[in-house]
Design a protein around this ligand. Structure first.
Ligand SMILES: [Zn+2]
Length: 305
């Protein structure tokens, strides 16, 4: 079935990587041959459902399979409804199993190895997905995202690809063509993985102390000046910097402090632009008027009137 837009009309989506498939490429013939190959794997009685003309769902059948096929249909309809704009050009075969042993046995048989993930895998080179439905079909909504991202955003980094998969792991269908993710099992793990305030303080202390120690070891000089990473600091970093023996510490821009005057906070020094370094005493010293004129000329060159 073609995707449906918000307004309810059918919309045609561009086919992905069509430049990579030869002009003579016949999608329907490819789908038929993939179905035949899947039936050769699972037997002639395997259930087959094709969704979006591209996703070939195959499995031994049963209520878990039917539920998953329904879920895939709803999810794919929503994915291609304004969320992803480019569809895969070639079919993707999705093997669906309703128990962990049958899932594992299939990986062994097909790939000669254990399944690399507990609930589902997508093999890009083969354009095959294997999913264990025994703990719920929503692994499928995660895995289906991968071949779509592969077509829609081929250079997407894996954190984004996996993030988009995880986003739809616990899908909520607010209406036809709509999908959004709800909080899932990852939330508790995420909270657990976040640093506690004590761990955070310890990490800042360790970094400030260790960088000081290493520079002192290499230069033989006592280090008393600090440039905060990313040019920003908070009260904890400032307190720790003072405790560890830093006398001055530089930020980037500091809100409300255009320039740190004499008597200002030495652990929150607002950094001035490098242009002004040339105002320092010594040979080739510039004057303020010339520096400002250069700055403005650069700005005007970048944004001509
Ligand atoms: Zn994934």
């Amino acid at each position: 079935m073609r995707p449906v837009s918000d307004a309810g009309e059918r919309v045609a989506l561009p086919i992905a990587d069509s430049g990579l498939v030869p002009a003579s490429y016949d999608l329907q013939a490819d789908v038929r041959s993939r179905i035949a190959a899947a039936r050769a794997e699972l037997g002639d009685r395997a259930r087959v459902v094709v969704d979006q003309d591209i996703f070939v769902l195959v499995g031994p059948g049963g209520s878990a399979f039917d539920g998953a096929a329904h879920l895939a249909h709803d999810a794919l309809g929503a994915y291609f409804n304004g969320r992803f704009s480019t569809r895969p050009a070639r079919p993707v075969v999705v093997y669906l199993f309703s128990s962990a042993p049958s899932y594992e046995a299939f990986c062994q048989k097909r790939f000669g190895d254990k399944c690399k993930e507990v609930l589902g895998i997508y093999q890009r080179a083969r354009r095959e997905m294997v999913v264990d439905l025994s703990l719920g079909a929503s692994t499928l909504t995660h895995e289906l995202v991968h071949p779509i991202v592969e077509s829609d955003f081929p250079t997407a980094p894996s954190w984004l690809d996996e993030g988009l998969g995880a986003l739809y792991e616990n899908p909520v269908f607010a209406g036809p063509g709509e999908i959004h993710g709800a909080t899932n099992w990852r939330h508790a793990r995420l909270i657990e993985a976040l640093e506690s305030p004590a761990e955070r303080e310890e990490a800042i202390r360790r970094e400030l102390a260790e960088s000081k120690r290493q520079i002192e070891e290499h230069t033989g000089q006592t280090v008393t000046h600090l440039c905060y990473p990313w040019h920003v600091s908070g009260p904890t970093a400032r307190r720790l910097a003072a405790q560890l023996g830093y006398r001055t510490a530089f930020c980037g821009k500091v809100r409300g402090v255009p320039i740190t005057p004499v008597g200002g906070d030495p652990l929150t020094i607002a950094r001035i632009g490098e242009d002004y370094v040339e105002l320092l005493p010594g040979r080739g010293r510039e004057d303020l008027f010339r520096i400002l004129r250069r700055k403005w000329r650069r700005r005007l060159d970048r944004h001509p009137a």
